[in-house]
Design a protein around this ligand. Structure first.
Ligand SMILES: [Zn+2]
Length: 128
């Protein structure tokens, strides 16, 4: 695991969702890049307020893999954080009816030895 991703996972253990931001041009991304894709400046971690809007969502009914420790059916999709960063995330069991445009909060669920981010409905926040 890269040092960057280690920082990201450790933040999740504290219920903190990090994203990358460029201090020079303001570009933001959820991908753990070292250099800004727009201007090549070293990017830094910023803490998200974890509020977002559903950009796309689907329920997977048949799958050979699990999502956030859940076998199919599970709901997954893209959430646009209010910081302007889009992330692919599994939806918590109580948020599987979420639709495009709905407000969600990113929380963390304990799966094995990891705290995984999940989309929850506002008020349904859980921390590890
Ligand atoms: Zn930049």
């Amino acid at each position: 695991m890269s040092a960057l991703m280690r920082e990201w996972w450790e933040a999740g253990e504290r219920g903190v969702l990090l994203y990358r931001a460029c201090p020079a041009c303001g570009s933001r991304t959820f991908v753990a890049r070292t250099a800004c894709p727009a201007c090549s400046t070293a990017m830094e971690w910023r803490e998200s307020r974890r509020n977002g809007t559903v950009h796309a969502v689907t329920t997977v009914h048949r799958s050979t893999v699990t999502a956030a420790g859940r076998p199919a059916p599970y709901t997954t999709g893209y959430v646009e954080l209010e910081e302007g960063v889009r992330m692919l995330v599994t939806f918590a069991a109580g948020a599987t009816a979420a639709r495009i445009g709905d407000s969600v909060v990113i929380a963390f669920e304990r799966v094995g030895d990891r705290a995984l981010p999940v989309a929850t409905l506002p008020g349904g926040t859980r921390v590890p």
